[in-house]
Design a protein around this ligand. Sequence first.
Ligand SMILES: [Zn+2]
Ligand SMILES: [Zn+2]
Length: 312
Amino acid sequence: MADWLLYYTDPVYDAAFSLVTESPLLLSHDSDVRILFQLWLNLTVLGAILYLAGASVNFYFFFDQETLKHPKMLKNQVRREIYLSLESLPYTAIVTVPWFYFELKGYSKLYDTLDSWWEIPGAMLGFFLFTDCLVYWIHRGFHHPSVYWWLHKPHHTWKVCTPYSALAFHWLDGYGQSCPAHLYVYLFPMWKPLYMVSFVALQLWSISIHDGIYISNDEILLSCAHHTIHHLEFNYNFGQYTTLWDRIGGSYKKPVQEFANEMYFDKLKRKKEALLHGKVDGGDVGGKQKTGPIATTISAVAAEGMKARRGF
Ligand SMILES: [Zn+2]
Ligand SMILES: [Zn+2]
């Protein structure tokens, strides 16, 4: 994949560098300085384009704009999410470059030619299971009190998420959670185009679990409904694609609470609507009856999550 990143952008860099220098360090395609710089800038720019395009399409065409009036939505949250994401990207790209550089030098198991179409489902499944497991444990590790406050808390600033929350991380947090995807192709063979598609799909999935569109209340697939609980209550649903490791690790929480067939987010949505129309006369949070304005009851959800937080 690194060779494509360089090859298709070489003409742009050739033209730009030839305007300002004659040094082979920047003009030669074999120069490590040029390769490292080009990889870094490409990762930064393409990462930003993918993030802004994916999150913006979601935000303007699918995201419920009413969510912006939610009492737990922060002032200027969308702007702050975009700022943190774009601020982090260049740093994330710096530490990501070695993965691409050593891939270019032939250390990965990526390959160009497919021998059989059966290699696709096998590699997809392997990539999916491998990253699902490691992202779970890395994410859970980031909730350890020794690192949580400086590393992962920035992402938990957002109690109610928007599509732009997806990459709104500390740069090392975003990098840490992307490492399993990079590591996979150093351990297992994968067809290059499939890796590229999987990598983009991973980014889009990240956006989708923050977009407030609860398309699934599936028991196996980890959706936005589950990740919403993670942002509100901290100690549940650390997974990325499936609920498997949350179940094994004892951190699974179903989006269905006390009421059969009634989803947690639906309760929040109703309470939000009630707030917009005045006061609610009763709120059921965590099975306890509470009375008062919606802001109070939803704050109680977050407060209970805070009380319950014990790192692991
Ligand atoms: Zn988290
Ligand atoms: Zn999140």
